[in-house]
Ligand binder design. Structure first.
Ligand code: D54
Ligand code: ZN
Length: 280
């Protein structure tokens, strides 16, 4: 019931410079996160982070180990962050039930043996976006609502980047081994995320864009500051960001996105900024 639909190997920045549009999309864009009644992941070789989604409709979906892990259970050597962007869900962890409303998150620690995801109402199915990273310690499972988030208010209406960063799975809110996750929401009229752009070679990152109105898209920028490229991203698609890459986007309409990171440290503020006037 749990599948790896694709594996992504780490790309060298010198190779990236020669990629055409198709090659860029093949390596960095994840076009399909949610499939009804399936749990799917893309297994990346960036910190071995797995990026995926579960969309239960009319039956519970069981999180199972995948061949890439050669493990008995999915979480034998991993931790998992889950954020629901759909209808209400029930998450069952080793017999304990957690209700997960839309925009609520849950951290599932290493060692959980039985994990299932179910929709409360199949007509309004849950959409559970997930990031998983290798873990060396079993921290307790913890549900995190928006009210529990650590909130950063950044940007301004004048520069079209007025946004609220809800840090859901971060130190101070939840204890994790290397995972950090959160949801960034825009004020009406603002469309630029992560401006000024930044890199953090200590951590990989994945961006998942959603809430995009029909016929709109996000233009996601990547690459080192002196060698940028863009990817046109549709609703409910994700981008994998290598350690050498900036990650920032502008929408043709307002949207919401989930960011997730793993790597060397757990310091959200560890960023190297690149001012717009210096980009190439
Ligand atoms: O390293 C941190 C991540 O790139 C995001 O949290 C940035 C973000 O949501 C934003 O500025 O809009
Ligand atoms: Zn970042």
């Amino acid at each position: 019931m749990t599948h790896v639909t694709d594996e992504r190997y780490a790309v060298h920045v010198d190779d990236y410079k020669h990629y055409d549009t198709d090659t860029l999309r093949k390596h960095f864009l994840i076009e399909k996160i949610f499939t009804p009644n399936e749990i799917n992941f893309v297994y990346t070789h960036y910190e071995r982070v797995m990026v995926g989604g579960a969309m239960p409709i009319d039956k519970p979906l069981v999180l199972g180990a995948v061949d890439q892990q050669k493990a008995e259970h999915f979480l034998d050597r991993r931790e998992l962050g889950v954020i629901n962007i759909g209808g209400s869900a029930t998450v069952n962890i080793d017999g304990e039930e957690y209700a997960l409303a839309t925009r609520e998150a849950i951290y599932i620690g290493r060692g959980a043996k039985s994990v299932t995801f179910e929709s409360v109402d199949g007509e309004n199915p849950a959409k559970l976006y997930m990031n998983s990273a290798p873990a060396h310690h079993a921290y307790p499972h913890k549900k995190v609502g928006m009210a529990d988030a650590n909130v950063l208010e950044l940007g301004s209406a004048e520069t079209c980047n007025e946004r609220r960063i809800n840090q859901l799975i971060v130190g101070g809110v939840v204890e994790t081994c290397q995972l950090q996750m959160g949801m960034t929401e825009f004020k009406a009229g603002s469309v630029w995320n992560t401006m000024p752009m930044h890199t953090h070679s200590r951590r990989m990152e994945a961006y998942f864009y959603f809430d995009l109105p029909q016929d709109s898209a996000v233009c996601h920028f990547m690459g080192p500051a002196n060698e940028t490229r863009h990817l046109w991203v549709n609703n409910e698609q994700a981008v994998v960001s290598p350690p050498w890459s900036m990650h920032s986007g502008v929408g043709t309409a307002s949207y919401t996105f989930i960011w997730g990171m793993a790597g060397e440290n757990l310091d959200y503020n560890d960023m190297d900024f690149h001012q717009p006037s210096t980009l190439k």
